[in-house]
Design a protein around this ligand. Structure first.
Ligand SMILES: Cc1cc2nc3c(=O)[nH]c(=O)nc-3n(C[C@H](O)[C@H](O)[C@H](O)COP(=O)(O)O)c2cc1C
Length: 352
């Protein structure tokens, strides 16, 4: 068995916190719980990452296509709040090479310990991150990409299922993908897509994973950088309310599908949800965030401080949104998941 109950890692016992649950993943990342908060570009900034990390799970800041100055500021802001290790998420294959180089340089200069990459597997980027002293987690959406990421030297693979929120890189559910990847690679495997409870963490462990990677479960937390309108839409949504499309196309390469909550845009394109690219649409500004003008059909989601037409933006969320019932502190989400995971393990342990 690869996980052990009741062992505190790295000397961080917390009063009133659930018992740690140790796997090869928690050993790799130096956290107490095998739960990674996905580095959601936009909502997943320093406040959320620090809250999750300080609670004993593993937080990530989502810095896809962000300027190096913001990376430096956000990393410093996490370090002001916790001295535990956390990750930075980038998406190499969709980022302009010059910006990607600057982002990686900023992470290296900041001595980031863990990089989480997504989308097409880039062996050169894995290599560069390793040379900078980072561990590399690679999120993929297929068995073939999982094998490619493992061969590229990744330290762990995140298997993203079709039910996931945000950009979705595969066509297979996590339930089906996870055990196949776990059987094919020897490094730790992590489930993503649909995981938002302790019971689902235990299910992932049963399928051969050593942890879970959750976006939607942390989207409506107090510390998330999502706009309050967006948090409320996540809370109100049922699992049947998400739509898989590539209509939110401006900002990523052609035909990059996403899962979002149904809105006026997905209703408008209901008969034509797939096959789009950034050049198919005019640039109509419908919102503003700081100095940035936000276009209709772009990959922007509603963020704190944004003004304009929030309803028409990309309301990324996975099918597990049906389990998100209220805004609460991220630490409570982590601890509730772990209480539930321990109960589920006890329940399963008593089966004859
Ligand atoms: C709001 C949101 C934004 C996301 N942004 C990113 C991102 O910037 N980089 C990334 O690697 N994955 C991103 N994802 C996908 C997550 O990494 C992960 O695959 C997904 O959240 C897992 O499914 P779940 O939403 O059911 O937990 C995002 C997901 C959501 C919900």
């Amino acid at each position: 068995m690869r996980f052990r109950l009741g062992e505190f890692s790295a000397g961080h016992p917390m009063v009133n916190s659930p018992q740690p649950l140790r796997t090869r993943l928690t050993d790799l990342l130096g956290c107490d719980y095998p739960i990674i908060q996905a580095g959601m570009g936009g909502p997943g900034r320093s406040e959320l990452c620090a809250a999750v990390t300080a609670a004993g799970a593993f937080g990530c800041i989502g810095m896809v296509k962000e300027r190096p100055e913001l990376i430096q500021r956000e990393v410093a802001a996490v370090r002001d709040r916790t001295n535990r290790s956390f990750g930075v998420n980038l998406v190499p294959s969709v980022t302009d090479p010059v910006l990607l180089d600057e982002e990686l340089e900023a992470c290296s200069a900041a001595k980031i310990e863990v990089m989480v990459f997504f989308w097409d597997v880039r062996a050169d980027i894995v290599d560069r991150a390793h040379k900078a002293g980072c561990k590399v987690l690679y999120q993929v959406g297929s068995l073939a990409d999982a094998i490619a990421a493992s061969r590229a030297g990744a330290d762990a693979i995140i298997c993203q299922g079709f039910e996931a929120g945000g950009h979705v890189h595969g066509k297979v559910t996590a339930m089906v993908l996870l055990p196949q990847v776990a059987a094919a690679v020897s490094i730790p495997v992590i489930g993503a897509g649909g995981f938002g409870s302790g019971a689902s963490l235990v299910a992932a462990l049963a399928l051969g994973a050593e942890g879970i990677h959750c976006g939607t479960a942390f989207l409506a937390t107090k510390e998330s950088y999502a706009h309050d309108y967006y948090k409320q839409r996540v809370i109100d949504a049922t699992s049947s309310d998400t739509v898989y499309s590539d209509v939110f196309a401006i900002g990523w390469p052609p035909q990059s599908p996403v899962r979002t909550i149904e809105n006026s845009i997905t209703k408008l394109y209901a008969d034509n949800l797939l096959g789009h690219g950034p050049d198919d649409f005019p640039r109509d500004v419908i919102a503003q965030y700081e100095d940035d003008l936000v276009c209709r059909l772009s990959t922007w989601s509603p963020l704190r401080g944004m003004t304009g037409d929030m309803e028409a933006l990309a309301l990324y969320a996975g099918q597990v949104c049906g389990q998100v019932k209220r805004v609460q502190p991220a630490a409570d989400v982590v601890h509730q998941m772990m209480e539930e995971a321990h109960s589920a393990l006890t329940r399963l342990g008593s089966l004859k």
